[in-house]
Design a protein around this ligand. Structure first.
Ligand SMILES: [Zn+2]
Length: 256
């Protein structure tokens, strides 16, 4: 039996009874035919070759363009930042607070030098400000590290997706099934030869969207990046899945 025939088993949801379709072999006159269906109680079935072909065609939508790898990373990072309202805003606020304490420290020094406060008071103030500045700087470096780690995950995720798309056909059954589960965390239905799903992995979905936008606009400018960024942000509304989906894709084991 050709393994590719059963790769989708358990991932397709029946459009009629909403149950997960299982693989089934039917004897024809000259060869075996494979179908996905649930039970005799539901008459729905889909030819496994058709289903697999549709799946593989659909997979092409999610193929990142290697030449613009960096663009995916920056767009998705921007999107994440917008959604979580974190890094940029947080960095700016922390830097402002650090500067503020440095000014206060300078003022205290001036007061000390002009003998308006005594050395003991100055010492207390200095220690207090130093401690606050140290804490803020630690917080700031964590925000910067978070940026690096998200970018690292994005780079890894995009690389993984490129590899997975390139090698899908040659992979064994269990690899294929892991990949299908990664793309469609909530399975999918096939209706009128189209794959429909409640949710595609957010990162993979975004890459598909970026590809579509890139195809629509060939000559990119800085303004386009901004618009592209807005478009990506607007489609990723449930940002709770963003980091989770990113980690799933980045940590996905791709052995070649
Ligand atoms: Zn059914």
């Amino acid at each position: 039996m050709n393994c590719s025939n059963s790769a989708l088993r358990g991932f397709i949801i029946c459009p009629k009874c909403q149950k997960k379709l299982q693989g089934s072999k039917c004897k024809g006159r000259h060869k075996h035919y494979y179908y996905y269906h649930y039970e005799a109680s539901c008459k729905y079935r889909i030819n496994s070759e058709n289903a697999n072909r549709l799946f593989v065609e659909n997979l092409k939508k999610y193929q990142p363009i290697p030449e613009v790898k960096k663009l995916y990373t920056s767009l998705l990072y921007e999107t994440h930042r917008d959604l979580s309202n974190s890094a940029g805003e947080q960095k700016r606020r922390l830097a402002e607070q650090i500067k503020d304490y440095e000014i206060r420290l300078g003022n205290a020094r001036d007061l000390l030098l002009s003998l308006k406060i005594d050395p003991d008071d100055y010492k207390v103030m200095k220690e207090d400000y130093h401690e606050r500045i140290t804490n803020l700087e630690r917080e700031l470096s964590m925000v910067v590290n978070e940026k690096h780690s998200i970018e690292e995950l994005l780079n890894k995720g995009v690389d993984n997706l490129i590899k997975l798309n390139e090698t899908y056909a040659d992979r064994d059954l269990s690899d294929k099934r892991s990949l299908i589960g990664l793309i469609y965390p909530e399975n999918f239905t096939i209706r009128e030869n189209k794959i429909q799903t409640a949710r595609v992995n957010k990162i993979i979905e975004s890459i598909c969207l970026i590809n579509r936008e890139l195809r629509a606009k060939k000559n990119g400018t800085k303004d386009d990046f901004y618009l592209l960024s807005r478009r990506v942000t607007s489609t990723i509304q449930i940002h709770t899945n963003f980091m989770q989906d990113l980690k799933k894709l980045a940590y996905f084991q791709v052995n070649l």
